[in-house]
Design a protein around this ligand. Structure first.
Ligand SMILES: [Zn+2]
Length: 57
């Protein structure tokens, strides 16, 4: 991921998860920022559905 203005490599300053209630998918969200240019880019990549573990008694 590169800055749209200065073309420097952006650093992921924040990572968390987001949830889309429409399709039930969970996304890995990362926010990349360039402090010099006040530019930020958010990426949201779907992660595999969490399979609930079935615990057998
Ligand atoms: Zn920049």
């Amino acid at each position: 991921m590169k800055c749209l203005k200065c073309d420097k490599t952006l650093k992921a300053t924040k990572k968390d998860k987001s949830h889309n209630s429409k399709n039930g998918l969970v996304y890995d969200r990362a926010i990349y920022t360039c402090k010099n240019c006040d530019v930020w880019v958010t990426t949201e990549v779907p992660v595999k559905k969490i399979v609930k573990k079935i615990i057998k008694k």
